[in-house]
Design a protein around this ligand. Structure first.
Ligand SMILES: [Mn+2]
Length: 218
């Protein structure tokens, strides 16, 4: 964390209140681990406060974590830690699995939301799936969110990350090194389109944002 500070990095986030990937072959002690994790994060929070680093705890879906699966759990955990530098982090992929209402989850996090990951329900880039982006935009506006929104797609098989994340098919649709670069540009135009739409307007997403058919994939 002190190194982050020296590098002028003022935010770290993820499942940084537990271990990952979880070993589900062993029994899970959620209540005991919750208490131990709150104590541990309180210790880390002192360093985060000294270094001016926001320590953002990401709610993960049940297959990747068991301590914090929802915004409600993350808010309660952060409330118990009691540090202004410890915040909630949400990710649309995990929310799509766990939350009753994605907009509601964002409003539950409210001022405690410190970081936000955007990605489709199958971890493709935003704009190519069925995540309710207008609902998300409106909820973020409602809570006055003015921090980072970061895209986190996983589309390629292979390697340690591909295995840990469990990418078992090529979600890049046979892309070469050149095509993912195009794929990565499409969400920028997609979000520009989203921001122009009024709350009551529905999508046709791809037409609304002018994404070329070639960018959209099969
Ligand atoms: Mn994430």
């Amino acid at each position: 964390m002190k190194r982050h500070y020296k590098l002028d990095v003022h935010l770290i986030g993820g499942g940084i209140y537990s271990y990952w990937p979880v070993d589900y072959s062993r029994p899970i002690d959620k209540i005991g681990d919750w208490g131990r994790s709150v104590e541990g994060v309180r210790e880390v929070a002192k360093v985060a406060e000294d270094c001016g680093v926001d320590y953002c705890l990401e709610a993960l879906n049940r297959f990747e974590g068991y301590l914090l699966n929802t915004a409600e759990e993350a808010v309660e955990f952060v409330r118990q830690v009691e540090s202004p530098r410890v915040k909630v982090m949400l990710d649309t992929f995990h929310m799509n699995i766990e939350e009753d209402s994605i907009g509601g989850a964002i409003r539950t996090a409210g001022p405690r939301l410190g970081h936000f990951h955007v990605v489709e329900c199958n971890r493709r880039v935003p704009g190519k799936g069925r995540i309710p982006w207008l609902e998300i935009r409106d909820a973020l506006k409602d809570i006055g969110y003015d921090r980072m929104v970061v895209m986190e797609p996983f589309v390629r098989m292979g390697g340690k990350v591909g295995s840990d994340i469990k990418v078992w098919r090529d979600l890049s649709r046979g892309a070469s090194l050149r095509i993912p670069a195009v794929d990565a540009l499409a969400p920028h135009r997609f979000f520009e389109g989203i921001l122009r739409l009024r709350p009551c307007e529905s999508l046709p997403l791809v037409e609304a944002v002018g994404v070329d058919a070639d960018d959209v994939g099969a």
